[in-house]
Design a protein around this ligand. Sequence first.
Ligand SMILES: [Mg+2]
Length: 214
Amino acid sequence: MLHLEHLYKRLPDDAPIVLCDQDGVLVDFDGALQSQIEARYPDWRPIEPTPDPPPFYTNDLYPDKHTALIWEIANERGFIRNLPLMQPIEDIVGGWSDIMRAGFRIQVCTSPLITPFCAEEKRASLDEHFAPWFGSWVAETAIIIRDKTSVEGAVLLDDKPTIDDSSAAWNHVLFDRACNRHIADKPRVRGWTDPNKVKTIAQAAGVELPRHLR
Ligand SMILES: [Mg+2]
């Protein structure tokens, strides 16, 4: 493998940057959390009716009294390290390759949980999944930061429904999930195999694509 590292190496230094969120975009934080809740606390019942739209935070599916225990699961050593991927690795790798072939640099940009080992586990997870395809730069260049608005980039691809990009250099592009489907006024990428993702990203970045990609 590692046959795709050239896609990164041939990009010019000033290539526009697509900042790529990690949880809910690359790895399935909420799916894994939900599974853990169901396995450990089989008697817990989600609130009814199910909120519409579904909440961004999994703990908001449950009564407030469970919130602390739910975050305890996420903060356990190994939880972040072992999160499953959102989509098959081949689909994510294909999506990244399309974006890089269109001239964009990809940089993971993700917020840490409160634990001191969270950042290290996020990088280890990225390294496990992406280094075999693209090289070590994916984990090495990842920006792990609470406030993403200060990060340089053309686009932030993120599943969080409400991100204020007014003070940021980048424009927010939604990565489609049920929790953000009610947002109608932002560009949206519908998963890693979305055939329009490169056009959507380029438009949000204000970048003109080469003729054959338009
Ligand atoms: Mg996210």
